[in-house]
Design a protein around this ligand. Structure first.
Ligand SMILES: Cc1cc2nc3c(=O)[nH]c(=O)nc-3n(C[C@H](O)[C@H](O)[C@H](O)COP(=O)(O)OP(=O)(O)OC[C@H]3O[C@@H](n4cnc5c(N)ncnc54)[C@H](O)[C@@H]3O)c2cc1C
Ligand code: SF4
Length: 477
C-alpha cells in the first residue's frame, strides 16, 4: 500500500514529516492482506527478531495494544524503525507477496502500532513514561544486578542497554552529546524522523531503568579502565562512525564546502532551520552540489533545499541503480526537484578570489567490471571533463568510526579502517568483558543492523556475567 505524503512543492518549504502514517482503516486493511505464512520469511530477515505475522494479526483484529506489545518484546525503538528501517531489503524484501510486487507494508504497520501507542495506547511496561514520571536519572525498574556501561546512545547502544535493563542489570549509557539517539538525532532530518519520536522512545528506555549520562565523552571524562574501577562489570561500545571522510581533491578547504556531518548536525541538533529563533545560521548558497549516493547524500540535498538553495544536484560516480540510498528517499529527492548527476566524478572544487566555491570540475564515468563490492567499477571517460556552476559543495562520501574513544583505548583491537574487531556471533572484542557493535564495527550501515548487533551483544554480556561469580544475576531471557 502506498503511503500518503506531503505534496512535493509544499514540503520543500518546511521540515515537517514527509510521509503520513497509515490510518487505522488503512492499517487494518493492509494487515488483512497478510497470508500468515506457516514459515514466515519476513521474520527470518528481521535483525531484531520481531514476530512479524503475530503483530500483523493483532492489527488485523484491531488489537493494537497487543500489536505494540508483541513488537516491543524485541524492539525498543518501533517508531524509529517503522520510519527509517530499510524494510525493502529486509522483511518486506522476502515477504512472499514481494514476488507479485505487493509485499505487506510491514514498516508502515510497525509505525502505525508505535504511533497508536503514543496517542491512544495503554503503555506496555511503561506507566511512568506515560505519566511523565520518567526522569533524566532513569527511574524505571533498576534492580541490584551488576553494573554495565554502554558507550554511545545510538540505536546500537540503546538496544543493548534496553535488553540488559529488562534482564535486571543496572545499565548506564554514556553519551558525548547533550541529546540521546546518535545519528537518529544528529543525522537523519526531522522530515524523515521527527525528533519528538526519538525523544519519546528514549524516555521509554529510561522507564525500563536505563540511566543516560549526557555530555560524557568516554576517553576524555573517564577511560575504559576507570569505568571498571568504578564497578562496571561489562562494557558495550556503540560509538558509531562520526568521523566524516573527504575526497582529498583540491579545493575541499574552500568556504561553503561542508561535510554532510557538519551540515546535518547544524540543521538537526542545533536547529539551524529555525534561524533566527535558534542562533545557528548555515551559509548555504544558491546552487548546491552534494557528492555521494547514500542516505546521507539524499538527506543533505533535501536539507539544503529546505534551507533555501534554489538548485540542488546529487553528484554520484556510479549509476542510479547502484546508489546505496533507500529507493524511497531517492524518489522523494527527485520529486522535490533534486537533479541527479550520475556517472560523474568531482576532480576539483574551484574558488573565487575570496576563497568561496564558484564551481566544480568533474569528469564523466562509465561502468566497467564488478569490483570487490560486487558493483560495477566506475571508470573515467577521457576528455569528458566539464565544470558545474555551483557555489556550495557538500561532501557525503562516507564516515569512519569515531576516533576519540579508540585513541584513549589503544589495547582495543581495530582493523586498518579503525573499525573495532568483533566476533560476529557475540560482538565480543579482544578485551575481556568488552563488546562492540553498530557503525563502530561495520562502518556506516543501517539502524536495524546496529540494533541487531546491540541485541546479540546484550545476550553475550548476559552469558558472560552469569558465568562470572561476582554476578548475582541468573535470570534467563
Ligand atoms: C544522514 C544519515 C542518514 C541515515 N539514514 C538511514 C536510514 O534511513 N535508515 C537506516 O537504517 N540507516 C540510516 N543511516 C545509518 C544509521 O543511522 C547508522 O547505521 C546507525 O545510526 C548506527 O548506529 P550506532 O548506534 O552504531 O551509532 P550512532 O547512531 O552513530 O551513535 C553513536 C553515538 O555514540 C556517541 N559517542 C561517540 N563516541 C563517544 C564517546 N567516546 N563517548 C560517549 N559517546 C560517544 C555519539 O555521540 C553518538 O551519539 C543514516 C546515517 C546518516 C549519517
Ligand atoms: S511473508 Fe509476507 S505474507 Fe507471509 S507472514 Fe510475512 S508479511 Fe505475511
Amino acid at each position: 500500500m502506498t503511503v500518503k505524503k506531503q505534496n512535493a512543492k509544499d514540503r520543500t518549504k518546511n521540515f515537517n514529516e514527509v510521509a503520513f502514517g497509515l490510518s487505522q482503516e488503512e492499517a487494518v486493511n493492509e494487515a488483512s492482506r497478510c497470508l500468515f505464512c506457516k514459515k514466515p520469511r519476513c521474520s527470518t530477515k528481521c535483525p531484531v527478531e520481531i514476530d512479524i505475522p503475530r503483530f500483523i494479526e493483532a492489527i488485523k483484529n484491531k488489537k493494537f495494544d497487543d500489536a505494540i506489545k508483541i513488537i516491543k518484546e524485541k524492539n525498543n525503538l518501533p517508531g524509529v524503525c517503522g520510519r527509517v528501517c530499510p524494510q525493502e531489503d529486509q522483511c518486506e524484501g522476502v515477504c512472499v507477496l514481494a514476488a507479485k510486487k505487493t509485499p505487506i507494508n510491514i514498516g508502515g504497520l510497525e509505525r502505525f502500532a508505535a504511533d497508536w501507542e503514543l496517542k491512544e495506547g495503554t503503555p506496555y511496561e511503561n506507566q511512568r513514561f506515560r505519566t511523565g514520571q520518567a526522569s533524566d536519572k532513569g527511574q524505571g525498574t533498576r534492580t541490584s544486578g551488576a553494573k554495565v556501561a554502554v558507550i554511545g546512545s545510538g540505536p546500537a547502544g540503546l538496544t543493548c542497554a534496553g535488553d540488559l535493563a529488562r534482564l535486571g542489570y543496572r545499565v548506564t549509557v554514556f553519551e558525548a552529546l547533550h541529546t540521546a539517539g546518535g545519528v537518529l538525532v544528529y543525522g537523519i532530518p526531522e522530515f524523515r524522523l521527527p525528533k519528538d519520536i526519538v525523544k519519546k522512545e528514549v524516555e521509554y528506555l529510561k522507564s525500563l531503568g536505563v540511566e543516560i549520562k549526557m555530555n560524557f565523552i568516554v576517553g576524555k571524562v573517564s577511560t575504559l579502565k576507570e569505568l571498571y574501577e568504578e564497578g562496571y562489570k561489562a562494557v558495550f561500545i556503540g560509538t558509531g562512525a562520526g568521523l566524516p571522510s573527504f575526497m582529498k581533491i583540491p579545493g575541499e578547504n574552500l568556504n561553503r564546502v561542508y561535510s554532510s556531518n557538519e551540515l546535518l548536525t547544524r540543521a538537526n541538533l542545533m536547529k539551524a532551520y529555525l534561524f533566527p529563533e535558534y542562533d545557528t545560521p548555515i551559509n548555504i548558497g544558491r546552487r548546491v552540489a552534494v557528492i555521494g549516493g547514500g542516505n546521507t547524500a539524499m538527506d543533505s540535498a533535501r536539507v539544503s533545499l529546505r534551507l533555501g538553495a534554489e538548485k540542488v544536484y546529487i553528484v554520484y560516480r556510479r549509476s542510479e541503480k547502484e546508489m546505496p540510498a533507500r529507493r524511497e528517499e531517492v524518489e522523494n529527492a527527485k520529486e522535490e526537484g533534486i537533479e541527479l548527476h550520475i556517472l560523474t566524478l568531482p576532480k576539483k572544487i574551484l574558488g573565487d578570489e575570496k576563497d568561496f566555491v564558484k564551481g566544480m570540475e568533474c569528469v564523466k564515468m562509465k561502468l566497467g567490471e564488478p569490483d570487490a563490492s560486487g558493483r560495477r567499477r566506475p571508470i573515467p571517460i577521457e576528455g569528458s571533463e566539464f565544470t558545474m556552476d555551483v557555489d556550495t559543495v557538500i561532501v557525503a562520501v562516507g564516515q569512519s568510526p569515531n576516533p576519540v574513544f579508540l585513541k584513549a583505548t589503544p589495547e582495543l583491537k581495530v582493523d586498518k579502517w579503525n573499525k573495532v574487531v568483533v566476533d560476529p556471533e557475540t560482538q565480543a572484542t579482544n578485551l575481556k568483558g568488552v563488546y562492540a557493535g553498530g557503525d563502530a564495527t561495520y562502518g556506516d550501515d543501517t539502524v536495524i543492523a546496529a540494533m541487531g548487533a546491540g541485541k546479540r551483544a546484550a545476550r553475550a554480556i548476559h552469558d558472560y556475567l552469569r558465568r562470572n561469580d561476582k554476578c548475582p544475576i541468573t535470570k534467563s531471557q
